[in-house]
Design a protein around this ligand. Sequence first.
Ligand SMILES: CC(C)(COP(=O)(O)OP(=O)(O)OC[C@H]1O[C@@H](n2cnc3c(N)ncnc32)[C@H](O)[C@@H]1OP(=O)(O)O)[C@@H](O)C(=O)NCCC(=O)NCCS
Length: 166
Amino acid sequence: MSAGSAPWRIRRAERRDVGELVTIENQQFPEPWSRAMLLDEVTNVENRRYSVAEEAGVIIGYLGVMFVLKDELHVNTIGTRPGHEGRGVASSLLDEAWADATARGIARATLEVAVSNSRALALYFRYGFAPVGVRKNYYEKTHEDALILWADIVTARDGASPDATA
Ligand SMILES: CC(C)(COP(=O)(O)OP(=O)(O)OC[C@H]1O[C@@H](n2cnc3c(N)ncnc32)[C@H](O)[C@@H]1OP(=O)(O)O)[C@@H](O)C(=O)NCCC(=O)NCCS
């Protein structure tokens, strides 16, 4: 679902959103980031870009990317509020971030994802991400390995053009 026709809107995250991000983070991640970390991330305008999906005044998803070098980005975090998964929230956040990245001349994206996170992997594969390596024992609590994924942003989701909203 494109953000244009969705009942939510995508906007840049602000300091006032951090409380809701912490709530979702705690519900969705075995090793959630702290309030201080998320505040640092959201307020770092130099090389971070955090966006949120907001529906009826409630944050239902967020995405944070970090700009690396001139033409790469790293997906730092993405989460959808429980109860809102499977509606296209994460996809619309990625669509919006990919359009912004394309405008900035960013060609490639990378991220780490737990090997068992099949839901996130299915999402990333739709965006052209492919595994290039493994970081052993990446997660401190679960001791799980992470897959390192890379994608060409220009090829975008399902091979669509980067500005496609379908
Ligand atoms: C992974 C995660 C971000 C996906 O978020 P999401 O908002 O559910 O993702 P989307 O809805 O965009 O896409 C997921 C599914 O919904 C489907 N979908 C998309 N739009 C839809 C719509 N309008 N109606 C119904 N389903 C839809 C997609 O086809 C996709 O299907 P599948 O993955 O089951 O094959 C979410 O599950 C999450 O927060 N997980 C915990 C945190 C996490 O693991 N983050 C990643 C760390 S690397």
